[in-house]
Design a protein around this ligand. Structure first.
Ligand code: ADP
Ligand code: ZN
Length: 804
């Protein structure tokens, strides 16, 4: 018998390797194994068993990593799909399905080798040897990283020449089960009581009587705390008490208390949605996903909860995806209070030990519901019945910074097809691509048209647009318009609170006319041109990060011909300073990624705003997304334009989503809140639609723009990225590969695949490395990738969320 194994090797191999199964080794599909590969031993996953092998001479599997298989059959198929669709290594595609801590077990180190002859080595080589010599021993990957692209090759050449010596060790997994010593009685209760009465020591007698009262023993530390070390160990030594190692569960929810909640009587639209979803769950066959479209407060969460209940009642599992748990703790609270003890959490914010225990708990079937961020889609849920995707338009569902660069919404579709589970994806501002799926009949629409009557937030806010061009003409040059100032005056006269929102992304990167509000766009791409200050003799310019078109920067506006074009952007701190100057008694809190990185920090800021004296919260997207923020009387959008300014064809979509969300923060109890939206582009379709809170109007315009520029969802895009500490190397490599792609396209008749760029990424320099990218666009742009060998160091991102 042979096994087809996905091996943990570098590169983008999407195939398996054949290995022989040694006699007596019980190998099954989904098993994690150690296999010899080249001179080393590597991890692998058994994808299939077969009685033939791909090659003549095969080596045997070294050993099993785990007694039970880690992957189900449908997960094996899912991994194959992820590798194929996202062009990732097969092992890498399966890695998000493996238990936490699994990746830590094998490490390769380098130390100084036998060859001490350094004559003729380059300075980079010599430097590498010096680093190793200073440290005695270094992780191979961390050494390679110090030399940027080509670092791995550099280290490997030193290993081959004998200057460095490589060794691979099995480290103990960093994370494993937590155990505790339990003490139990090893004699019968009557015997123990009798023995207790005849003890000379009173403490021992008490200890024995205490033990009789317990059914399953006590943790040893608790007993020694009460009765002392010597009594406990004395009775253990004499065999009256026994020690037993038991697993203890590290439960991230154990610190919380939830009030049990019960299903509500659904409104008519809710009842209709629930009925359709339940029918689909009961069907147990692959079905079209549901898009649950309803404004904030329309009762989507109640629909999720009742659908989840149906799935559980029929003995099936549920995955609930949320964009970011740190910002939406109340989501978790609502699930946990409806399904006490049945929820497992899986997200990166957990401690390693908690994540480990939760994963295994799900694997064993202890929990029916998994709630987590995008990676939770790979959780080992048994007999999956329902996948809920909350705030489905959120871009955090796509992994962009590491392979596999998967989109959990697309993975969910595949998983649903493999398991016959039902998808419910909800949003107030659906993803344009997903709404298009509804239009084409691939998804089904469920609508909750109104806020639930009688619920606390039942009245929509009053939104007013302020034309900042007019403000300037009227001589108001401050960051707050006269309308915003008037409203703030009124709120501060009373008891109310204010949220000021601005989107710092893209700040000072786009250029806009102070007279007419025109924001410079690429004529080819419907994407904002970005401002690049003169650098190293290169003059100041405007660049399209999508197609790399470059134009001269001037302050003349092509629309109104005034010389008032200027880079634009203000940060949160500037707004805080201005409020403090104008309203010294109001009190301000700033909330953005710079001041709050952890869930804890977010909670503290919220709690300060809820209970403290500060009445103004100034923040970025968090004030729009953190749903736990109390409603306030007034929301001020400092500049709707910064949201529109990101250099991406999706900037209109992003702006509409964020502006609609932030406007929804206004309104308290039965009184309508006010929203003041400042903008230089009051006529922009995304701003207009956000003011009206009208997704349909937005979608109609947006989808036509996408169609006329042949942008997704009418085409697909693949983003190829390269980064290097050296600016010149990154750029040269990018141009070289683009040329190779162009030649290949011609040679293989794939001229229909458009090659855009190479362009500098936005921002071009991140943590010291320079980034460039090439975009492939067309109906099936990956076809071109199949014709070339991907050069070393390039990353592939299929369906990227950002093209800048
Ligand atoms: P969404 O998830 O769409 O933002 P929620 O499910 O949070 O909406 O519902 C908004 C509010 O309405 C919540 O306070 C919720 O408790 C309440 N609510 C939802 N459905 C009902 C119902 N059928 N009857 C009464 N109140 C409801
Ligand atoms: Zn362009």
């Amino acid at each position: 018998m042979f096994a087809e194994i996905a091996v943990d090797v570098p590169g983008s191999s999407r195939s398996t390797f054949s290995y022989a199964i040694p006699d007596g080794m019980d190998v099954r599909e989904g098993h994690a194994v150690w296999v010899p590969f080249g001179p080393r031993v590597r991890r692998g996953i058994v994808f299939a068993l077969s009685d033939v092998s791909q090659v003549e001479t095969v080596r045997p599997i070294a050993r099993l990593l785990n007694e039970t298989p880690l992957l189900d059959r449908h997960q094996i198929k899912l991994a194959m799909w992820v590798a194929e669709y996202y062009r990732s290594n097969l092992f890498t595609a399966a890695s998000p399905m493996l238990p936490p801590g699994f990746a830590d077990t094998l490490r390769t180190y380098v130390a100084i080798g036998a060859n001490a002859d350094v004559a003729g080595l380059s300075t980079r080589h010599a430097r590498a040897i010096e680093l190793v010599s200073d440290a005695d021993r270094l992780r191979k990957t961390s050494l390679a990283r110090k030399f940027g692209r080509g670092g791995v090759r550099l280290v490997e050449s030193l290993v081959r020449s004998g200057h460095l010596l490589e060794s691979t060790v099995w480290d103990r997994p960093k994370t494993s089960e937590a155990t505790q010593n339990f003490v139990t009685l090893s004699i019968s209760h009557p015997e123990a009581l009798e023995l207790g009465d005849t003890q000379r020591s009173k403490v021992r007698g008490d200890l024995l009587r205490f033990m009789v009262e317990s059914e399953d023993g006590f943790p040893r530390p608790e007993l020694t705390g009460r009765f002392g070390q010597s009594a406990v160990s004395g009775l253990i030594k004499s065999g009256v008490l026994a020690l037993e190692k038991r697993r203890v569960e590290r439960d991230p929810l154990s610190h919380y208390q939830f009030q049990r909640s019960f299903p509500m009587d659904p409104t008519a639209p809710q009842a209709d949605a629930i009925e359709q979803i339940n029918a689909s769950i009961d069907d147990h066959v692959p079905n079209k996903p549901f898009l649950l479209y309803g404004v904030t407060g329309s009762g989507k969460t109640e629909v999720y909860l009742q659908a989840a209940q149906r799935a559980i009642e029929s003995g099936r599992g549920v995955i609930v995806l949320v964009p970011e748990i740190a910002l939406t703790p109340q989501n978790l609270a609502r699930f946990a209070s409806r399904f006490p003890g049945q929820i497992a959490l899986l997200h990166s914010g957990l401690a390693d030990g908690e994540r480990f225990d939760q994963w295994w708990g799900v694997h064993r079937g202890d929990y029916k519901i998994v709630l987590g961020s995008r990676g939770a889609i790979f959780a080992p849920v048994q007999d999956l019945g329902l996948i809920i995707i909350d705030e489905e338009h959120e871009w955090t569902y796509k992994q962009h910074d590491a392979s596999p660069r998967y989109d959990s919404r697309r993975v969910a579709e595949r998983l649903s097809a493999l398991t016959g589970s039902t998808i419910v994806a909800g949003s107030a501002t659906p993803d344009v691509g997903d709404y298009r799926r509804v239009e084409r009949g691939d998804w089904r629409l469920l609508k909750l048209p109104d806020r639930v009557v009688g619920s606390p937030e039942s009245l929509p806010p009053l939104v007013r647009v302020v034309d900042m061009r007019q403000e300037l003409r009227d001589g108001h040059v401050g960051m707050f318009s006269s309308a915003l100032l008037q409203h703030m005056d009124r709120v501060f006269d009373g008891e109310g609170r204010v949220i000021l929102f601005l989107n710092r992304r893209g700040s000072a990167s786009h250029v806009q006319c102070r007279n007419c509000g025109y924001s410079r766009q690429c004529s080819r791409c419907e994407s904002n041109m970005t401002y690049h200050r003169a650098d190293n003799g290169v003059p100041t310019a405007l660049i399209c990060h999508y197609c790399s078109r470059r134009i001269r920067y001037t302050n003349a506006c092509p629309v109104c011909h005034e010389h008032r074009m200027a880079p634009s952007g203000t940060g949160t701190q500037a707004v805080v300073d201005e409020v403090d100057r104008l309203y010294p008694n109001a009190g301000t809190i700033r909330w953005d990624r710079d001041v709050a990185r952890t869930a804890r920090a977010h909670e503290e800021i919220l709690s300060t705003f809820l209970h403290g004296n500060e009445r103004v919260l100034v923040g970025t997207q968090m004030v729009a997304k953190g749903l736990d923020i109390p409603s306030v009387e007034l929301v001020g959008v400092i500049s709707a334009d910064t949201a529109l300014s990101i250099p991406d064809f999706r900037s209109g979509e992003r702006a509409f989503q964020i502006l609609t969300q932030v406007a929804g923060r206004a309104g308290r109890g039965q009184s309508r809140g006010d929203v003041i939206m400042q903008t230089f582009q009051p006529d922009h379709y995304a701003v207009q639609a956000a003011v009206e809170q009208d997704f349909d109007a937005f979608y109609r315009t947006e989808i036509e723009l996408r169609r006329s520029h042949a942008n997704p969802p009418f085409t697909s895009i693949v983003r190829l990225g390269i980064s290097d500490p050296s600016a010149d190397a990154a750029k040269a490599e990018a141009f070289e590969f683009a040329e190779l792609l162009a030649r290949t396209a011609t040679a293989s008749g794939l001229e229909s695949v458009q090659i855009l760029g190479p362009s500098p990424s936005f921002p071009i320099r991140v943590r010291g490395v320079h980034r460039w990218h090439i975009l492939l666009k067309g109906s099936s742009p990956v076809d071109l990738l199949d014709e070339v060998q991907l050069p070393h160091g390039w990353t592939v991102d299929v369906d990227p969320v950002s093209v800048a």
